[in-house]
Design a binder for this molecule. Structure first.
Ligand SMILES: N[C@@H](CCC(=O)N[C@@H](CSC=O)C(=O)NCC(=O)O)C(=O)O
Length: 318
């Protein structure tokens, strides 16, 4: 096989010369491959695996709901215990993706097989509980880097498998730990996501048992550092609105609301800085995917509208 470094001048005409394209593809550090493909409404539901340099060279998996007319993408971040598939199977989002011509990209919730202490002992730490942070402590910091994975690496892999189909424009949404991740990553990267929404987010992780358990291990005992991944702390620290409006969906019968989620803390932070936020308290709904399935159409429509208004462009992030 001919090996070349990206950037080397090749003795071939410019793309789309097929030989040149083939050679550059073999140089990818991600080596993505399609695990499965199926169809739902007009959408393809594709599942990919790839090598993830960001996650310490472990294999990573993600799913894509892809309507043929998609021109932009919404990233969906799932909650504790999920893989890339919970949303695809349980949220019934394909008809909405089809209706609004947006792709939905679903990453996994943690690295898998990192081999770090206690990662498979409990459901709310380690595997399935990456919390969308970049760990700073040993031995987690080599693999537990879901913030950088979602913000930096995954869009590159998506571009590699979809080409320019969904462009650069991105929105982000998520559930519970993933709702927290969506809000935090949007706040950490102003301008990167055109819009942000959350279902039952863990709104103030530095002050709840799930957050305390994970952040003390991933980020160490200095609680100041935890605030870098806390939507309420980040919003207050920012001191001004992030986007024109944030959408939050919260079940009134959610079993985790008082002890873990504390949605009111995020609402208070938004009020303090003048951030417009719409909180829909949905009476009778719990924390499950039945709740998500009920309201996902509204969120896809919200993001599609913001992406359209933004003219499908956004700037790079940190
Ligand atoms: N231990 C239980 C509860 C786990 C749970 O409810 N997980 C939620 C997210 S909670 C916050 O991030 C979830 O989305 N579960 C997946 C699903 O498909 O419902 C358990 O293990 O079930």
């Amino acid at each position: 096989m001919v090996r070349v470094h990206v950037g080397t001048t090749l003795p071939f005409p410019s793309p789309p010369h097929p030989i040149r394209s083939t050679i550059l593809t073999t140089m990818s550090p991600f080596s993505p491959s399609l695990l499965s493909t199926t169809r739902c409404f007009s959408c393809k539901i594709d599942r990919y695996t790839h090598t993830s340099p960001t996650l310490g060279s472990l294999p990573a998996t993600f799913s894509v709901i892809l309507p043929p007319t998609a021109t932009a993408a919404i990233y969906w971040l799932s909650g504790l215990t999920c893989t890339d598939q919970n949303f695809v199977i349980k949220a019934a989002a394909a008809s909405h993706a089809h209706e609004h011509s947006v792709a939905i990209i679903c990453p996994d919730t943690s690295p898998r097989g990192a081999g770090t202490p206690e990662e498979d002992d409990t459901w709310d730490f380690g595997t399935g509980a990456g919390f969308y942070v970049d760990a700073t402590t040993e031995p987690y910091k080599k693999h537990y880097r879901m913030a950088s994975y979602v913000v930096h690496e995954l869009p590159l892999v998506v571009k590699e498998v979809l080409g320019d189909k969904v462009g650069e424009a991105k929105a982000i949404m998520g559930h519970s730990m993933g709702g927290m991740g969506a809000l935090s990553l949007a706040l950490r990267n102003p301008g990167l996501y055109t819009s942000v929404s959350a279902f039952s987010p863990i709104a103030n992780p530095v002050n709840c048992p799930w957050g305390e358990k994970c952040y003390s291990k991933y980020l160490g005992e200095n609680r100041e550092a935890w605030g870098g991944y806390d939507p309420s702390v980040l919003m207050k620290k920012r001191g001004e609105p992030l986007v024109s409006r944030i959408l939050v969906e919260q079940g009134g019968a959610d079993e985790f609301l008082e002890k873990q989620l504390m949605t009111n803390r995020f609402m208070e932070a938004c009020t303090e800085v003048g951030q417009k936020v719409t909180l829909n308290m949905a009476e009778g709904y719990d924390h499950s995917y039945y709740f998500i399935q009920t309201f996902i159409g509204k969120h896809v429509e919200f993001h599609a509208e913001q992406l359209r208004k933004a003219g499908k462009t956004s700037s790079g992030g940190v």
